[in-house]
Ligand binder design. Sequence first.
Ligand code: HEM
Length: 446
Amino acid sequence: MCIFSTLWSFSYWITIVIILIYVIHLVATWNYDYFSKRNIPYSRPVPFLGSMTPQLFGRKSNADVVWELYKKYKGHRLSGFFQFHKPITFINDSELIKMIMVKDFDHFVDHETLIPSEVDPLFGGNLFFLKDKDVHTMDMKDFFTRFASDVIATAAFGIKVNSMKDPTNEFYKAGKQLANFEGLKNLILLGYLFCSKLMTMLRIPFLARGASDFFRNVVKTNIRTREKEGIIRPDMIHLLMQARKVEPTKDTEQDENTGNMSIGKAGKLDLTDEDIVAQAVVFFLAGFETTSTLLCYTAHLLAVNEDAQVRLQSEIDDMLRETEENITYEAIQAMKYLDMVISGLHRDPELFPEPDRFDPERFSEENKSSIKPFTYMPFGIGQRSCIGNRFALMEAKVALVYLLSKFSLRVVDKTTVEITFSANNSLAPTPKGGFWLGIQLRYRKE
Ligand code: HEM
């Protein structure tokens, strides 16, 4: 009886242990038949850890592991690897890569979710982790202001900044301060309008001193470094430095391809460092708020008028296909609908019937000629018209081409569809409620 009971209890425990070992084995090797079932060669996994042991124990770098796998399975279109229990498929065939990344991209739109946006909104909610159907709400004013600031930084000040990646960079902060016409700035402006003589006597500067000093320092250091090291960079600082060496004469010519002026050789032009700083600063003031505002209103109108957005995206896709994604100045200039879309801002119903209706057709080749001369002049007209006209239009067009080739703009809860202007009297008209739009990934068919 006693022996029987002992035996029973022994076999009972053995069975439990065997079942437990079996369950642990199942858990430890769960999914590891994924590649063998599909006849795909793969890197043998270790229970629980998958194929990650060399990296997990610091024996090899990721780069070496991937390189070894590449060499080992060269000649196979696919090979496999286990990230713990998750099967990861390597694509070793360029035709297959093209199918996945381009032709059939609509099936492969999303990047892997690493940390859900509910847990970490900054990490999980950024562009990289944006999903096919996700609509990410963005402050377009902030976005386009950063873009315009970076463009002026490189074209006028000769420096490279990335205000998206480095949101608090000094250049952007100083630029915002410089272009801020609200509050005290407004009062100073009113003071000069009301009693210019008194304000001049009191020597009250309009531009914030900290920001002016910052830009003065940036430009002067830049000039000194270029002079010392013989650096030539195709930007405005270079043109102005050239201009003070020689004076324009009758033989001044414009290069057909670059638009650059070649300056005739005569006496020196009287341009000081301070003059060059002043030109760079005016480019900032004139080109920063204006261009970002143009982009904001155009983006808003495209989000609200989906038909126009789809038509523009189709023109962008055609251009990208034709140029094999080598976007050129000429290719952008040839985009007729883009030009029509970007032109559409006006108010007077007598001159523009239904002015509040977004209608790019007003600016088509056929219809443009019926616009009464001197009634549509967004850049002014004549001798004192905007010198940044072509630059601003090209800048805005390039931004829209890149943005809309990859994303669609959407109306979201935060969007104020019917725009009414805020009374903050900043340099450009701003809508009450700001410029909030949804941004959604799109894919292009080849
Ligand atoms: C969408 C963007 C822009 C718009 C709507 C715009 C509009 C204007 C307007 C209406 C004027 C005054 C014209 C007149 O008095 O008759 C002007 C002047 C000026 N703009 Fe622009 N602008 C834009 C972008 C730019 C950019 C990007 C720059 C420089 C890089 C720039 C530089 C200037 C300068 C220096 C003047 C003064 C020209 C002079 O007085 O001789 N603008 N702009």
